[in-house]
Design a binder for this molecule. Structure first.
Ligand code: FAD
Length: 621
């Protein structure tokens, strides 16, 4: 039998971007090849075994709403779940899970192996087969050739990867894995703008050598949150606690005394590191007046004693790492199982990409993940899904699909990258989205699953579950609107007991739910049967309480949409537009956007500023 060497879509790299890309393309019915260095490392977490967190869980839930793997793998591998910002508004609430890295990886591998239309193959891609300015396939380092309509490149930190521990360095894609040098050289010969970034990871510690009695315990939330819309608590393995430790003045002194042995401070590393996930030497240097930083001591899994000390990522030499770790209370006798290190790698300027993540210079070639200048599994997975689905659509001669900024964080992520580029590893925050109140983690399914179904990404089971939920939300909202509570009745007495105030007149349950002091459970149970599905209850409650704000944000979007093609005169003097901040005036003057829509995409130019511009333009007419 002939070995299959022709596919619709080839995905290179089985990390977080590559697995979502390959699964998306195969779900859409395209014959897909996932070519990766090592099948054992499919879905491997190079750094922290955790998924989600602020801004990031929004991406995970969007991937999930579009039928992707990350959310379900988190429910299958998660050993501690928490909701961050639980007391704040729903827009910034975020689910975070500590994952057992072995279980997470196994879950991803299981999904890949069981996905129809998907072929896995272990080989290093060494070359792209390019004809004129169109990619035609991939050649492996051992000379095998695979042809395809489209190719998605998801090679993470591996292109030209250099690992640093102190002043020693070696070539590698991450600890224990080879770099991709042949492919990196080939890509440097193509007309892309390439630069270097860096990221780092902390040393790992043996739990048997830690005195947990001197650390603060941090259990997961109860009831345990769930990540995927198809997930459930029954899927979760045993749950465990994380712990909190603290660096101290002695720790910082050790770091200061050894900065000259740090590759970052001695100039050996040129790549820029992640601002929001800095190394401990960076933190101590930048915030020199702080005498302590938190260290979250997180388990790496249920069947291992290894711990991940989150907050002390470092590329200092090993002897200094050991002193740093042992200076921390509770870790005085800690045994390091793996040293921390930094890695420098090639990334491509994402401004050379289209919204579909296809490259501008080579047709049918798509880039996704860390190679586009981002950092994080969630950012990589989201791009992978988008690139995979668009590679599949191109293979089927269909137009690209990309959600807008007001539809999804995925839209914000891609739009930020391709319009602004990045000078440091880009990570997602809720503050990057103008329309945060619309883009909540609780409603990613409401925003995207219907699109996913139309794109061929969402299977029958997910579609049925989603449709049931949507109908249940509508039914329950309608019931609350149509159910009235009259003063003097038992229902009124229940409500009055909670609020401490008598009901002055008749109210619908929906009106009552809008009151800040009343929750869904209080109101819905006052009269009739409340729904038992907590996700339905949550949706009904959020929609009721925030409807006014949500409508206002929707109005803003509609207004902007009507005017987004409005041209901005090239001679517009921004210093004379009243109501704009000095910073925004400067940004607009520098960027000179051609349309209102472009102005709104400039980082820091808020929707309010765009409205001011719109009013100014109308006055000029
Ligand atoms: P990766 O997960 O790197 O996957 C790339 C895949 O491509 C691998 O499977 C690899 O084997 C395969 N591959 C590469 N070249 C080839 C080839 N030529 N042929 C075939 N297969 C190939 N993120 C954070 O958010 N915070 C952090 O603090 C953080 N620290 C990090 C520290 C280190 C040391 C590293 C290595 C990464 C860190 N990350 C961190 C980043 C996080 O790991 C990535 O953002 C994420 O894994 C990117 O996913 P990806 O799919 O783009 O690439």
């Amino acid at each position: 039998m002939e070995y299959p060497d022709r596919f619709d879509v080839i995905v290179i790299g089985g990390g977080h971007a590559g697995t979502e890309a390959a699964l998306a393309s195969a779900r859409m019915g395209c014959q897909t090849l996932l070519l990766t260095h090592n099948i054992e490392t499919l879905g491997q977490m190079s750094c922290n075994p955790a998924i989600g967190g602020i801004g990031k869980s929004h991406l995970v839930k969007e991937i999930d709403a579009l039928g992707g793997a990350m959310g379900l793998a988190t429910d299958l591998g998660g050993i501690q779940f928490r909701v961050l910002n639980a007391r704040k508004g729903p827009a910034v609430r975020a689910t975070r899970a500590q994952a057992d890295r072995v279980r997470y990886k196994a879950a991803i591998r299981g999904m890949l192996e069981n996905q129809p239309n998907l072929t896995l193959f272990q080989q290093a891609a060494g070359d792209l087969i390019v004809d004129q300015d169109t990619v035609r396939g991939v050649a492996t380092e051992t000379g095998l050739r695979f042809l395809a309509e489209t190719v998605v490149l998801c090679t993470g930190t591996f292109l030209g990867g250099v690992i640093h521990i102190g002043l020693d360095n070696s070539r590698g894609g991450r600890a224990g894995d080879p770099p991709s040098n042949a492919l990196a050289e080939r890509l440097r010969a193509l007309p892309f703008r390439v630069d270097r970034l860096k990221t780092g990871t902390p040393p790992r510690i043996d739990a048997k050598s830690v005195d947990f009695s001197r650390l603060e315990e941090q259990p997961g939330d109860s009831p345990t949150p769930v990540m995927s819309y198809l997930g459930s608590r029954d899927m979760h393995p045993r749950q465990v606690s994380c712990h909190i430790a603290h660096t101290n003045e002695r720790t910082h002194e050790i770091i200061f005394d050894n900065l000259d042995r740090s590759p970052m401070f001695s100039g050996v590393i040129e790549g820029v590191g992640p601002r929001y996930c800095p190394s401990i030497e960076d933190k101590v240097h930048r915030f020199a007046d702080k005498t302590s930083h938190q260290v979250f001591v997180e388990p790496e899994g249920l069947d291992t004693h290894e711990l991940y000390p989150n907050g002390i990522s470092t590329s200092l030499p090993f002897d200094v790492q050991l002193k740093v770790v042992r200076s921390i209370e509770g870790l005085e006798r800690a045994h390091i199982t793996r040293p921390g290190y930094a890695i420098e790698y090639d990334f491509f300027d994402p401004r050379d990409l289209k919204h579909s993540l296809e490259t501008k210079f080579i047709h049918n070639l798509f880039f996704a993940g860390q190679i586009n200048g981002t950092t994080g599994y969630e950012e990589a997975g989201a791009q992978g899904l988008l690139a995979g689905l668009n590679a599949a659509r191109r293979a089927k001669a269909l137009d690209a699909w990309c959600p807008r900024r007001d539809e999804a964080y995925l839209g914000v992520l891609v739009d930020d990258l391709i319009t602004l580029g990045t000078k440091e590893p880009y990570r997602m925050f809720t503050s990057r989205a103008e329309y945060r109140l619309l883009l909540r983690e609780d409603n990613a399914d409401m925003r995207l699953t219907e699109h996913g179904r139309a794109l061929g990404l969402v299977d029958d089971e997910r579609w049925a579950r989603f449709s049931d939920k949507r109908e249940a939300v509508e039914r329950e909202s309608a019931r609350l609107k149509a159910t009235w509570v009259q003063p003097g009745t038992d229902a009124a007495a229940t409500i009055e007991q909670i609020t401490g105030k008598p009901l002055a007149r008749e109210y619908s349950l929906m009106d009552l739910l809008k009151r800040p002091e009343l929750g869904y459970a209080d109101v819905a149970a006052a009269k009739g049967e409340p729904v038992s599905d907590e996700t339905v209850a949550e949706q009904v409650q959020i929609q009721a309480k925030y409807q006014g704000y949500i409508d206002r944000q929707q109005d803003e979007i509609d207004k902007l949409k009507r005017h987004e093609s409005m041209a901005l005169p090239t001679d517009l003097d921004y210093s004379r537009v009243e109501g704009l901040s000095h910073e925004i005036r400067q940004k607009l003057a520098e960027a000179r956007p051609e349309t209102l829509a472009q102005a709104g995409r400039i980082s820091g130019v808020t929707p309010a500023a765009v409205s001011i511009l719109l009013i100014h333009l109308k006055k000029r007419r």
